[in-house]
Design a protein around this ligand. Structure first.
Ligand code: GLN
Length: 485
């Protein structure tokens, strides 16, 4: 068997089912790969080697049972904002240092029931606030294509772990682009499902009206297998949609004839790197060659998405993060009174970016400013959503760039929050509208990966996956691997 760490979920599944591979051998190979590459990649905050071996053994013991999930025995890793029972879950923050949740997120219960193996917890921006993973309180993850560059963020550890061959698939979360932008920057595939498609129960909230958990892996076929396990109604999440979940793998027909693909001029923003624009436009031509009809569309409110998002997301974050007071979760700083303790704990243990968001959000929600900022932003959000509704009367999906640039050097934007926020201009509107977005690798610019973003109608992940998979059947970008140690 070839190098196990370069397998996809689909190829590992075939080898497991054929009896050519055991989950234990695969898991041990990935743990060895993690040990070998972590000193330079730094994608993991916690490696759960013992648990992984035990889960792999259990999977091998139950293999061959009449029916089992496609993820049975498959080693995965999880962004550290998702609650894992008894396993440290830090949100990359000092305020949750050594916090071990007493329960599992619904997605973890689903993965466990499917027989998946958990290799560990992945680094991200603190509380998922950022676009480079540099706001983690613990470490800076390197991009496996160039370790001096960021992997994107906030799910940078999730993207880097796949790209470095440390895990066959990972979970990320996406509030404004945090699955799609790092997938693009690390040359892998990633899906932000429709808001409500995947349960948020046990996801430590950032912006509750925007957050979604989603799969990241080399191929769209793998993303489809993972979504099948993750998606579905959860009564413990009041915003979870009670809708049937289609058979996503069956939707991958390879046929794009007649599919209407909209291309919004507003997404080819000023300042976009020419290599990114070129790779994106070439990818759209591939869709045309496959039989899709390319239609220009307009999403005129796109230019308001960034300011709208940076009111709504911090407002929700300021409310969500109020619970971290050193009393209910995590460590507590000593102080004379209860109020001193809370102030010291929050002041010392939240990082600069998180404190900035809390202040922005508290300001936007405060009496006298609420109407001018928060209420206004919610109104503009409705207009942005209508842009998409209007476009989807003309087209079935929308194709656009994911990020205006390729992976940037570590440290380049850390002192310039606005420049960092601009990395998400092409991904934020999708969260504001609540629609699904898929990223597939579509080429390289200056030897760094570029990702094509496909945007779909609400709850129509199947069409997005069909388009992304058809693209991958006729291109080989998703088979490229970084030359890492
Ligand atoms: N970079 C954006 C932010 O900092 C999006 C982050 C995310 O999607 N979690 O808010």
């Amino acid at each position: 068997m070839t190098d196990l760490s370069s397998l996809t979920i689909t190829s590992a599944r075939a080898a497991l089912d054929a009896g050519e591979l055991t989950s234990l051998a695969l898991t041990e190979a990935l743990l060895a790969r993690i040990e070998q590459t972590e000193p330079s990649v730094k994608a993991f905050l916690t490696v759960t080697a013992e648990l992984a071996i035990a889960q792999a053994r259990a999977a091998d013991a139950t293999r061959g049972a009449a029916t089992h999930s496609p993820l049975h025995g498959i080693p995965l890793a999880i962004k550290d904002v998702i609650a894992t029972e008894g396993v440290r879950t830090t949100c990359s923050s000092r305020i949750l240092e050594n916090f071990a949740p007493p329960y599992n997120a619904t997605v973890m219960e689903r993965l466990n029931a499917a027989g998946a193996v958990m290799l560990g917890k992945l680094n991200c921006d603190e509380f998922a606030m950022g676009s480079s993973t540099e706001s983690s309180a613990y470490q800076t993850t390197g991009n496996p294509w160039d370790l001096a560059r960021v992997p994107g963020g906030s799910s940078g550890g999730s993207a880097a772990a796949v790209a470095a061959g440390q895990a066959l698939g990972t979970l990320g979360t996406d509030t404004g682009g945090s699955i799609r932008q790092p997938a693009a920057l690390c040359g892998i595939s990633g899906l932000k499902p429709t808001y409500g498609r995947v349960s948020r129960y046990g996801l430590i909230a950032y912006g509750s009206s925007l957050d979604q958990i989603g799969p990241m892996a080399w191929t769209v076929a793998d993303v489809a297998l993972m979504l099948q396990v993750l998606a579905g109604h959860d009564p413990r999440d009041g915003t979870s949609a009670n809708l049937p979940v289609p058979d996503y793998s069956a939707a991958l027909t390879g046929d794009l004839r007649g599919l209407r693909v909209g291309v919004p001029s507003e997404y080819f923003v000023e300042g976009m790197e020419p290599g990114v624009e070129q790779a994106t436009r070439t990818a759209i031509e591939v869709l045309r060659d496959l039989g899709a009809e390319i239609v220009p569309v307009s999403l005129p409110y796109t230019k308001y998405a960034l300011p709208t998002y940076y009111i709504i997301a911090p407002a929700e974050a300021s409310a969500n993060l109020a619970r971290f007071d050193g009393v209910r979760y995590g460590p507590r700083e000593p102080g004379e009174s209860m109020w001193d303790q809370i102030e010291l704990t929050r002041g010392h243990r939240f990082g600069a970016e998180v404190r900035r968001r809390i202040m922005l959000g508290t300001y936007a929600l405060s009496a006298g400013y609420y109407d001018a900022y928060y209420k206004r932003a919610q109104q503009v959000r409705t207009l942005i959503k209508r842009d998409f509704e209007q476009a989807f009367t003309q087209v079935d999906i929308i194709a656009a760039p994911t990020s205006p640039s390729v992976a940037f050097p570590i440290g380049q934007k850390t002192d310039d929050p606005l420049a960092m926020y601009l990395s998400d201009v092409c991904t934020l509107p999708i969260n504001l509208a609540g629609v699904p977005g898929l990223v597939v690798p579509c080429g390289f610019s200056e030897n760094l990966p570029v990702g094509l973003q496909l945007i779909g109608r609400p709850f129509d992940e199947a069409t997005l996956l069909r388009a992304g998979d058809a693209y991958q059947r006729s291109t080989d970008w998703h088979t490229r691997r970084p030359a890492l140690g």
